[in-house]
Design a protein around this ligand. Sequence first.
Ligand SMILES: *Cc1c(COP(=O)(O)O)cnc(C)c1O
Length: 399
Amino acid sequence: MDSQTLIQIEEQFGAHNYFPLDVVIHRGAGVWLHDVDGAKYMDFLSAYSAVNQGHCHPRLVARMREQCEKLTLTSRAFRNDQFPLLLQELCELSGFDRALLMNSGAEAVETAIKAARKWGYTVKGVEAERADIIVGTNNFHGRTTTIVGFSTEEQYKEGFGPFAPGFVTVEYGDIAALKNAISPNTAAVLLEPIQGEGGIIIPPHGYLEAIQAMCRQEDILFILDEIQSGLGRCGKLFAFQHENVEPDGVIIGKALSGGFYPVSAFLARESVMDVFKPGDHGSTFGGNPLACAVAREALKILVDEHLAERSFELGRYFLDKLNSITSPHIKEVRGIGLMIGIELKPEAGGARRFCEALMREGLLCKETHETVIRFTPPLVIHKNDLDWAFAKIKKVMQE
Ligand SMILES: *Cc1c(COP(=O)(O)O)cnc(C)c1O
């Protein structure tokens, strides 16, 4: 079926909760995607960084096939042979003591919120039903009602209230504002180390270290959402490793499965994870053997193919190139590793039209926050691919 027909069917039968580019993909390999009309595109979004390992990585295809034929789901009513090994490998790789597996990113964020509150009541001694979690402006942590309740993006919330209390919002990147928001009932600070959906916002260097010091002093958990920034995207396993910090908990998802299957996790030190007792929390699919087998292989690929290191090197190379473009539309180019954004001037007419122009040139990327074009290619990308993309970007930015 051609793309126009498929788009019509989607518009007729689907909920209109997205505004996708009109390209209908049916096949992908590495950094390349093919549409149903026979055109080929380079992927510069990686499904919001879920496909850091590249599309249809052969090792993941093989491992998923193999596991499918053996065992897919037991639920946590019983144990399975993949689950313990993923837990162990995740902890060894990340340095955290314990892991709790969920499916979507938002569920893992909810898990972190539950852990933080219960830790607040049972360990810190916060007043009953009064635990606060401090979050940042411009945050993105997912789409559940609790999570959109503390978003500062009007559209994410409008019409979906009433929302859960217990969240205090402070200006992202402003350490003094955070300090002022602390109360005896503060259980945790929950932030993205770099805001992806917010428009590739990089806080001032030393921000995370200052927060951690404050959290340690005030007996507050320091929890980072690395669902998008983690697993190599920012040139390190975790974006927080660009600073000298050891958060109490971290949330991962997206590339944890290389884009094959929804797998997310909350990783934490023992004293935090131990608040969960049997029956406190769960998920039918969380920790299933298929998810665990795929995630184990996806993590091995990350390590074997040095994807974090590649992202670090190639990100620097590409950021320098992008900074060399002279264009009347560009306000700023910023990024860490292969998480890069071009912020356009307000008069440029929005990022969407540039994304559409780039699509016509064979490069798929997506605007975020109206004026930012986000570039997050699969981390398996090569230098010559980046050079190819650069020529397209330069052309479109100078048109
Ligand atoms: C994508 C994302 C989420 C939500 O993940 P889902 O799998 O879509 O629920 C949460 N936090 C951050 C930083 C994200 O980028």
